[in-house]
Design a protein around this ligand. Structure first.
Ligand SMILES: [Fe+2]
Length: 300
């Protein structure tokens, strides 16, 4: 499957309005719900695309789906053949849903652990300029897409097969983690996977997560914006869930905070890209980060 990038994400919230303040005043995105929303859903814009995050009203706060952009109509058609060949049940997007997402065509399906995905091609864009309400110049998107998402995959082996052989992601790096110092605690695998030059657009973690997502990451264009984001997080009483640090695998300088939908959001800069994956050698890291990223603050 020739996936170009993570194009958009969907989240559920009991009160989507919580994402307006959070999205604009903390993340620094634009609230474009007035133009795009037909109900009480919230749309957030972070670049010249009309939107990248949709928040739908629901009974529970959780991550809802990942929208993957295919490299054109032929890639979309080929992807449907792959889903059929591999026996993955999928649903054609209704005309209404296709219009809502602003794409040419889309299908949706789940991985073996129930994580929801959409595949689409040809986003509709008016190329309206991004003007951040907090003065961010730009988020790093374009050919690298929205950012990355880390999904819970307790049935790790079947999910890994799925992402590798059905969706066509390749492994960038991996980790095997324990939550306690107890050596008898089974290790949980965390695999980072790519579909473009971003170090990882997807990671899969061998553990269940009630909010349907470990975290999503958005990248700003300079490390000062990460610091300003940290200041805004504090000013708006958003919970810090991981301190500032630099990751050993994608080199991202970032911090982690809560979102109104129960999962974490990583706010970062200086993530590395890989221009030629054929010359890259994946490794297993035994540490999360070169420095920082203390996640114990989230447990307090
Ligand atoms: Fe991350």
């Amino acid at each position: 499957m020739n996936i170009h990038s993570l194009g958009y994400i969907g989240v559920n919230c009991t009160d989507p309005k919580h994402w307006v303040d959070y999205g604009t005043r903390v993340l620094g995105m634009m609230d474009v719900s007035a133009q795009l929303s037909r109900d009480d859903s919230v749309y957030l814009k972070m670049d010249d695309r009309p939107w990248r995050i949709v928040v739908n009203k629901a009974d529970t706060d959780r991550y809802a789906f990942s929208g993957w952009e295919l490299a054109g109509e032929d890639a979309f058609t080929a992807a449907l053949h792959t889903l059929e060949q591999k026996g993955v049940a999928f649903e054609r997007g209704s005309r209404d849903l296709v219009a809502q997402r602003g794409v040419q065509d889309l299908v949706s399906f789940s991985d073996p652990d129930g994580n929801r995905h959409e595949l689409y091609w040809g986003p509709v864009s008016d190329f309206a300029q991004f003007a951040s309400p907090v003065g961010i110049k730009s988020f790093i998107t374009g050919d690298q897409g929205f950012g990355h998402v880390v999904l819970p995959t307790p049935g790790f082996d079947s999910c890994y097969e799925f992402y590798k052989n059905v969706m066509g992601f390749a492994v960038s790096d991996l980790m095997k983690v324990r939550f306690t110092p107890d050596p008898t605690e089974p290790e949980k695998r965390l695999y980072f996977m790519h579909c473009n030059q971003r170090h990882h657009s997807l990671a899969i973690f061998e553990s269940p997560m009630p909010a349907g997502c470990v975290h999503v990451m958005v990248e700003v264009d300079r490390v000062d914006e990460v610091g300003r984001g940290l200041d805004r997080m504090k000013a708006h009483n958003i919970k810090l869930t991981g301190t500032l640090g630099r990751h050993a695998n994608d080199h991202m300088v970032s911090f982690y905070m809560a979102t109104p939908s129960g999962f974490m959001l990583e706010y970062g800069a200086e993530g590395r890209t890989v221009a030629d994956w054929s010359r890259y050698s994946p490794f297993q890291s035994t540490v999360n980060s070169f420095w920082g990223h203390d996640f114990s603050v989230g447990m307090e």
